[in-house]
Write a new protein. Structure first.
Length: 170
């Protein structure tokens, strides 16, 4: 379960994660979260996966088939019918781990910084020690220990650097 998550995994979710983590890893992805909820007489199993290259619909479909086979081969879901939902983290996932920051390179973020308030900038790089942001044209380096949970900012349109020389895309 990622840091900053509001849901503590149950024993069932932990057992399920133990069964499916090797399948997710074999697909070149990381298991972000497992959540089981009741949905009438069925249970809904929500699995969130991610990777440095992102998760396409085809990736999610392949992982879903492989996870279904793995879950059906053991009794970890019990006798209850279930629906499996595999997805990637949404844009609203808080940036709390090094891998989250690494995957946000190029994105505009807002993050609380100890003793500085909130800072908004574009992620230029992220490594084991911290993150470098472009804040109003200046490169600023922050150690992870100073950062709260970052949030990717939704941008409509294209960053200016991607527009053509005339600024109109031509």
């Amino acid at each position: 379960m990622p840091a900053g998550s509001r849901h503590a995994p149950s024993d069932d979710e932990s057992r399920i994660a133990d069964v499916i983590r090797p399948v997710v890893t074999a697909a070149g992805m990381e298991l972000e979260s497992v959540r089981v909820t009741a949905a009438g007489r069925r249970r809904l199993l929500r699995v969130v996966v991610d990777s440095d290259r992102g998760v396409s619909l085809d990736d999610a479909a392949v992982v879903s088939r492989n996870l279904s086979a793995a879950l059906d081969s053991v009794a970890v879901m019990g006798d209850f019918p279930y629906t499996l939902e595999v997805s990637s983290p949404g844009v609203d996932r808080p940036l709390t781990d090094v891998r989250h920051w690494r995957r946000a390179v190029g994105r505009l973020v807002r993050v609380p910084v100890a003793d500085s308030g909130a800072v908004a900038g574009r992620v230029l790089s992220a490594d084991a020690d911290g993150v470098t942001l472009d804040v109003e044209g200046a490169r600023r380096r922050f150690a992870y220990g100073l950062l709260g949970a970052g949030a990717v900012q939704v941008e409509f349109g294209y960053p200016q650097a991607e527009l053509g020389a005339t600024g109109d895309g031509h």
